[in-house]
Design a protein around this ligand. Sequence first.
Ligand SMILES: [Zn+2]
Length: 271
Amino acid sequence: MQVKTEKLIEDVMGGSGLLEMLHRDMPIDSSTFSIKEGKTYGLVIVDEVNGFATPGAGNLAPRSFDPQIFLMVEETNKLAREFSRRNWPIIAFLDTHDPDKPEIPYPPHCIKGSGEENLVPDLQWLEEDKNAFLMRKDCINGYIGGLQPDGSNLISDWVRKNGVQVMVVVGICTDICVLDFVVTALSARNHGSLPPLEEVVVYSKGCATYNLPVEAAKVGGALAHPQAITHYMGLYIAKSRGALIADSITFPEYVDIHAQESRSQLMLHAL
Ligand SMILES: [Zn+2]
């Protein structure tokens, strides 16, 4: 028994051991999510801004190249381009703060005018994309950030206006801003506040979180935040509240109507 307990503590304290335990004892069973004709889909991009995702960009940005964050941006870009060329709605949250209004418990980040509050370079094209709505927010939870002084909510307005039945969510951090938004959207849906929303899908490769191993956390007196484990926990809790976790997303074959039209026009001219 003693040996077993010691082994358990070792597993819990050692990051990789704990991750193995989570996979074994709290499996997520993520799967491929197939986007089908006949439903309306909306893409939600959470806080893929420089201040969180560009190496060296600020207090809460990765210090150096981070593979999980790099993959998140790459996968988000692919997904957003698929949505955009189908003219499907996209909403991007941009964490943005006034310099005199700190967001406790975090150090200053994404201050207006610093550049940290803007989309990462690979996603900046969304600023000009007619399908994308950029929403600045000054708190973790995008649903709360969408609350307006008159009581309306930018998220429910976006869902209603675009008839979004399935939300696909990506972004950073899996266990913080993404999770808070997902669980709130699921509660709002169940409460009847987000019609016609039916389903929330979290795309795991399009999400990332930050890394603060226990040794580094001790130095600064911060809370440890090992990346792989907290990312997994974020996905697990989202799933436990009713989100669908996807590790890949497939689209139906894309038919570019405009290209077809111009092709037939060309053929007509040739005749
Ligand atoms: Zn913030």
